[in-house]
Design a protein around this ligand. Structure first.
Ligand SMILES: Nc1ncnc2c1ncn2[C@@H]1O[C@H](COP(=O)(O)OP(=O)(O)OP(=O)(O)O)[C@@H](O)[C@H]1O
Ligand SMILES: [Mg+2]
Length: 592
């Protein structure tokens, strides 16, 4: 076999494999080019999620006819004037986006430099098919049509127009957040879904593009160290979400999805949030260009730092510091090992025996590994809020219930109960979540889950892809007791919620479900994902952490746990209750 150089059109198509994965990635390249052209306004139009058409119009510097010919050639770029690839300050620098897109679609490029005439050049799957004068205002208009129409292997992997649109919207949002000085608009199938004016401040832009409630539920991050600057906003821990999609991270003005940064954010919040909850953040890290290599990923979404430890440290301490200052507004750090604290109270000269007989629900043999406080919504550093309601009023004092009789509630999160053989502590939220799942399973087995109509239907505002996903699953959600319908482009109208939730936070529930549906495989029915759906629902039901329960409510929960299968673990596998036997209590006090 002899070695040969591949022809240009094939090289471009191979490059396209990396750069142009889906419509959103082609769109990203075009918007980045418009940003690099010093535009003040960038307009994006899409048809069918970008599969049929992507159009990007800018009012930037434009290109001459000669430059347009070059721009469609591989490795032709205006962005590395002195070959300094370690000093890149533009979004692009590889000189391969346009030729790559042109090799897998019909690409028409129209451009006009201020003071001269416009020109058009059209490339269809690698071949120049049209060229000539064009009439347009100064700037550039790029149209990409029939993406992958002639690349069946790629076309097959495209998801629905709806899913592609969601990805495209995310791309525009992130780039718009990176550049508040530029105005952006996005139109999909003739409807405008995003519009931000030029000349906004960074906080204004972040507020315009994220959850409207983030502004009141976030703190400002601001930290400078050794020429690195970290700024932005961080949602307080209680303002959390079910997926990590609401994290916007930027390095030197470039939106990135970098593992180091994501890990650092997770680490900063680790003590405040349950493992399955995610914070909302928009963080901007600026550092000298030589400190970061942006040329490690064809789509430039990952970067490599010269000093990863410094970057991680900045993010963790920047976030922690900001969150600490907001401590009064949010959950306090959680004691890492509640049981360990108990032990430390034992005088030093007395050696501590491990609590051998602490009783745990099945599968939880190691108390120490599971004794962290769930949810982070309340911790042991808040003053204890045990209440001594007359628990004996309605219950036989001498009870033989395995889960015991409720004696009080601690930190509005834990039920303390007295059983015949010891002290039972129940995580009310985790337990309720499990009970809801089991109830829902039973209800589904016997038909439909009962829905409870809301007195007034509630309008919940969400982003458009979120509404699309809920609308697409509306029938299945109705079977689970959640009745909702589309209400304009950016809202749904909720008419009823599952009766077994007993009311609760409708907006939070619907927003979380919309997020979660994005992560579900479309081929799977919601029933197959019941654990996740029920868990999300239960999370927003009436018995969440932080809610004061009456003694009757506490006892009702205990009784239901006794008769419900699997009630010993919550849907995430954590224990829902622990029991300290009398012998263990005696050991703690050195009586044994
Ligand atoms: N909207 C635009 N306005 C003005 N010039 C543009 C525009 N789009 C592309 N160009 C010119 O075409 C060149 C090639 O664009 P292309 O996106 O292929 O490569 P690049 O941006 O230089 O690098 P990368 O492949 O990393 O994006 C650019 O360097 C720029 O000079
Ligand atoms: Mg480019």
């Amino acid at each position: 076999m002899s070695i040969r150089r591949l022809p240009e059109h094939l090289v471009n198509r191979i490059a396209a494999g990396e750069v142009v994965e889906r419509p959103a990635s082609a769109l990203k390249e075009l918007v980045e080019n418009a940003v690099d052209a010093d535009s003040t306004r960038i307009e994006v139009r899409l048809a069918s999620g970008g599969i049929d058409l992507i159009e990007v119009v800018d009012d930037g510097c434009g290109m001459t006819a000669a430059d347009m010919a070059l721009a469609l050639e591989r490795h032709a770029t205006s962005k590395l004037p002195d070959d300094a690839i370690d000093q890149v300050s533009t979004m692009g620098f590889r000189g391969e986006a346009l030729p790559s897109i042109g090799s897998v679609a019909r690409l028409s490029l129209e451009s006009r430099v201020r003071g001269s005439d416009g020109w058009r050049r059209v490339v269809d799957n690698g071949q120049v098919v049209e060229e000539g004068p064009a009439a347009l205002p100064p700037g550039t208009r790029v149209r990409v049509e029939a993406l992958f129409a002639k690349v069946p292997a790629r076309r097959k992997f495209l998801r629905s127009a709806r899913a592609e649109y969601a990805a495209a919207l995310d791309v525009v949002k992130r780039l718009a957040m990176a550049r508040p000085d530029i105005g952006f608009s996005l139109e999909h199938d003739g409807r405008r879904s995003l519009s931000v004016p030029p000349g906004q401040s960074r906080p204004e832009r972040v507020a315009a593009l994220t959850d409207r409630e983030l502004a009141e539920n976030s703190v400002t991050v601001d930290l400078a160290r050794e020429g690195y600057v970290l700024g932005g906003v961080a949602g307080i821990p209680t303002f959390n979400r079910g997926v990590a999609d609401h994290q916007y991270l930027f390095v030197n003005g470039r939106p990135v999805k970098d593992r180091l940064l994501i890990g650092a954010v997770r680490g900063a919040y680790a003590d405040f949030l349950a493992r399955d909850r995610h914070p909302v953040v928009a963080l901007f890290l600026d550092l000298p260009p030589a400190e970061v290599d942006v040329n490690v990923h064809p789509a430039k979404t990952e970067v490599r730092f010269r000093d990863p430890a410094l970057v991680r440290g900045m993010i963790v301490s920047g976030l922690r510091r900001a969150l600490e200052e907001a401590g009064h507004r949010s959950a306090q750090p959680v004691a890492t090992d509640a049981m360990g604290l108990w032990q430390r109270e034992v005088p030093a000269d007395q050696s501590v025996q491990p609590l051998s007989s602490v009783e745990l629900p099945p599968h939880h043999l190691n108390l120490w590994a599971h004794s962290g406080v769930a949810d982070g919504r309340a911790g042991f550093s808040v003053p204890p809020m045990a209440r001594a309601e007359p628990a004996f009023a309605s219950l036989p004092e001498n009870s033989s219930f395995p889960m015991g009789v409720a004696r009080g509630q601690v930190a509005k999160t834990y039920i303390v109960a007295e059983a015949e053989d010891g002290l039972v502590i129940v995580d009310q939220h985790a337990a309720h979540e499990r009970l809801v799942l089991e109830r829902m399973r039973r209800a589904l087995d016997s038909g439909r889950v009962a829905a409870q109509a809301l007195l007034l239907p509630e309008v919940v505002e969400l982003d458009e892809p979120g509404c699309d996903r809920l609308e697409a699953r509306a029938e299945e959600l109705a079977e689970l007791g959640l009745d909702l319908e589309r209400f304009g482009p950016n809202a749904v109208l909720v008419r009823a919620t599952p009766a077994l939730l007993g009311g609760g936070d409708v907006k939070g529930l619907v927003a979380d479900l919309a997020d979660e549906l994005a992560a579900f495989d479309q081929a799977l029915s919601l029933k197959e994902k019941l654990d996740a759906v029920a868990g999300t629902m239960a999370c927003h039901g009436s018995v969440r952490a932080g809610r004061v329960l009456s003694v009757a409510e506490m006892n009702a929960l205990l009784r239901e746990m006794e008769v419900t299968p699997h009630s010993g673990q919550c849907n995430h596998g954590r224990p829902t209750w622990i029991k300290l036997a009398h012998g263990d209590i005696e050991k703690l006090f050195g009586r044994k």
